[in-house]
Design a protein around this ligand. Structure first.
Ligand code: HEM
Length: 165
């Protein structure tokens, strides 16, 4: 049965997403949906892996962050929550490297994965500082660094890439 685990994970994710409800849509994005449909037999385990959940949490937070960044001073508290959710997601994902593909050195793969998440965390901390300082320019630079760390991470570690921002 496919729908029950999905419902459970959606319910678990609800409190995380609700902090962004005012600024971002709670429904999954196009790419997430298409991945759900495209996946093959190991779907169920794959879709509900803790790594996947951490990624989804970061996705919602990154989208909220993008919208809230238009007014960093007025949206300070919500921005801090969004950036904090990216930091939490990165720290969770740090402990969950996916298995190394055939032909990769497993240790180098896992260490590389964790270092990539540290880059993401560093960029998120720069964003947090920019929010505290009300520095819109620094916040925009940090957002770019977050997107860059994400893209690099997906180029290297995500089997089936779905980058949209
Ligand atoms: C803000 C930064 C990031 C966001 C918003 C993000 C978002 C996502 C999303 C939404 C997915 C699920 C895509 C799908 O299959 O539908 C995903 C999967 C994945 N991401 Fe990220 N990601 C970020 C950073 C990273 C980084 C830095 C890495 C690597 C170090 C990474 C590695 C992966 C991997 C391996 C998967 C596949 C996980 C699985 O399906 O079990 N991501 N990411």
């Amino acid at each position: 049965m496919r729908s029950l685990p999905f419902l459970i994970s959606a319910l678990l994710a609800a409190p995380l997403l609700s902090s962004f409800a005012a600024t971002s849509s709670p429904s999954p994005s196009g790419p997430i949906r298409s991945r759900v449909q495209d996946d093959d037999d190991d779907d169920e385990e794959h879709e509900h892996s803790p790594l996947h959940e951490a990624m989804n949490q970061m996705q919602a937070a990154q989208r909220a962050m993008r919208k809230l960044s238009r007014d960093p001073v007025g949206n300070k508290e919500a921005l801090l929550r969004a950036v904090g959710a990216i930091e939490e997601g990165a720290l969770t994902a740090y402990r969950l490297p996916p298995p190394a593909p055939e032909g990769e050195n497993p240790e180098a793969w896992r260490i590389g994965f964790r270092r990539q998440l540290l880059q993401l965390l560093d960029a998120a901390l720069a964003a947090e500082l920019a929010v505290h300082e009300g520095d819109a320019e620094a916040l925009a630079a940090a957002y770019k660094a977050i997107s860059g760390a994400k893209k690099e991470g997906h180029d290297r570690y995500q089997e089936d890439e779905d980058d949209d921002d």
